[in-house]
Design a protein around this ligand. Structure first.
Ligand SMILES: Cc1cc2nc3c(=O)[nH]c(=O)nc-3n(C[C@H](O)[C@H](O)[C@H](O)COP(=O)(O)OP(=O)(O)OC[C@H]3O[C@@H](n4cnc5c(N)ncnc54)[C@H](O)[C@@H]3O)c2cc1C
Length: 438
């Protein structure tokens, strides 16, 4: 039997990893993909689902036929146990799957329990973090439209993925205008960021100016350094902090519809593996995305422990965007292939560039932060109507890429290279810059 590489998680990181592993090592290794759901979802379109501009079937597809076409074995089961000493996983139906190498790409758990009254199922705030949540948000939004009033969009303490909060806020404003209801809704944006446009990245280019103007133009009241403490059916409660983190004012603002992005935690199954994770359950890796404890375990995506870009009065964390996750995958595959095939080559590291496209209804915002931590070689944030079209094209392109199994087609590689963006860099290049995120 061929040695096995098992990838867990059928999201952005896991799908790309399964395809890249198959291409690089499929001739000598069996590639297995395990995911607790049998479909892939394109997360960046969730804000559109949450206003009814997209339906679930537009942004999801079944994983099995596409990966099996590439000879990847697929299990649609949750991993519920991991014995890292024995190299074994336990699936929800009791099956034991052994591995030679394990790549963890299970994303993150949404930490709604950290703020009372938050979350769509046990609380009063909506989310766009999954397609299920986005559908739920749309249901609640439709009820809200029957009797409009005040609404709040923003992010809870410890959040990292701020882009979709801005995106949803601006899309909602646009949708309300389209429905002729804008003058019946009071809009607020409440965020744990120290200023509008910080985005967990200490700002990118003109993000502060552009996003502040955008929210102002759309008539939002904005609150920063806000530690939301409680949400109920009528109000959002939060403490406004000063630069030292001391409460300067407590607020309770009306909201009959709230979309508040939560902080992330690790997936519980990995927290039981000795010395695999930090206290939040995020996986501890070296600069090559390899577990610092287990040499045959790797991790990519939201599940990886990355430090915040800077300390903020209300905690914020570093966002992990799609391109950054793909760069983590390419790092693992490149180094592992060289190691297994005994190819003498310098090791590579992920560049961890943050690239993001956000829609605002009829226009959009795009940013590139390269690298994430300042000083940056590229620190660019812009807006325009063309970005709306680019986001629509990106949705179609990425879904096609995930179906066809070409993780980095040549035209994508060349386009990014022209912009000075690459997925990986050699160890020596990284050392020369003297910066390491890990
Ligand atoms: C609303 C929204 C908009 C975004 N917009 C952008 C954007 O415009 N550009 C951009 O670059 N990034 C964007 N992002 C960020 C990006 O989409 C995510 O960071 C990325 O999807 C994370 O990839 P991942 O592989 O780490 O996790 P995920 O894509 O979440 O995948 C994790 C997978 O693991 C599975 N899983 C979990 N637990 C288990 C288990 N125990 N056993 C088996 N399987 C399990 C899950 O079901 C899921 O399929 C956005 C994110 C959100 C939420």
């Amino acid at each position: 039997m061929k040695p096995r590489i098992v990838v867990v998680g059928g999201g952005t990181g896991g799908m790309v990893a399964a395809y890249e592993m198959q291409e690089a090592l499929g001739a000598t290794h069996q590639i297995i993909l395990i995911s607790d759901v049998d479909y892939f979802q394109f997360y960046p379109s969730n804000p559109w689902v949450a206003v009814g501009w997209r339906k679930r079937e537009d942004i999801t597809f079944p994983i099995r036929p596409y990966v099996e076409r590439k000879n990847i074995i697929f299990y649609d089961r949750a991993v519920v146990g991991c014995n890292a000493e024995q190299n074994q996983l336990t699936l929800a139906d009791g099956q034991i799957i052994s591995y030679d190498y394990l790549l963890i790409a299970t994303g993150a758990q949404l930490d709604f329990p950290a703020v009372s009254g938050s979350g769509p199922h046990h609380g009063w705030s909506e989310s766009v973090c999954t397609v299920d949540h986005a559908e739920h948000a749309y249901g609640r939004y439709q009820q809200f439209l029957q009797n409009p009033g005040s609404l709040v969009v923003g992010a809870l303490p410890g959040a990292s993925c701020f882009g979709p909060a801005y995106e949803y806020a601006l899309i909602l404003a646009r949708d309300l205008k389209k429905r002729g209801l804008r003058d019946r809704v009071h809009l607020s944006f409440v965020t744990s960021e120290p200023y509008i446009g910080h985005m967990g990245l200490a700002g990118v280019g003109k993000s502060k100016e552009i996003l502040t103007n955008k929210l102002r133009e759309e008539g939002f009241d904005t609150y920063v350094n806000a530690a939301i403490t409680h949400i109920d059916s009528e109000k959002v409660y939060f403490d406004e902090k000063d630069s030292l983190g001391k409460t300067i004012r407590s607020h309770a603002i009306e909201s009959r519809f709230s979309m508040l992005l939560p902080a992330f935690r690790g997936i519980p199954v990995w927290t039981k593996v000795p010395e695999l994770c930090n206290e939040k359950g995020m996986i501890l890796v070296d600069p090559y995305m390899r577990s610092i404890k287990y040499s045959n375990i790797f991790a990519v995506g939201l599940t990886v422990a990355l430090p915040p870009v800077e300390v903020t009065p209300v905690p914020t964390n570093t966002p992990k965007t799609g391109y950054m996750i793909e760069s983590m995958v390419t790092t693992i595959v490149t180094n592992l292939k060289n190691e297994l095939q005994k190819i003498k080559a310098e090791k590579v590291r992920p560049t961890l560039n943050a690239v993001c496209i956000a829609d605002t209804g009829d226009a959009g915002l795009v940013f590139v932060a390269l690298p994430q931590i300042k000083p940056r070689r590229v620190d660019w944030f812009t807006e325009g109507r063309w970005v709306h079209l680019a986001k629509v094209a990106f949705e179609k392109y990425f879904m096609h890429k995930m179906k066809s199994g070409h993780s980095e087609p040549l035209y994508e590689y060349l386009t990014f290279k022209l912009l000075g963006i690459t997925r990986t860099e050699k160890d020596s290049e990284n050392m020369k810059k003297g910066s390491s995120t890990f």
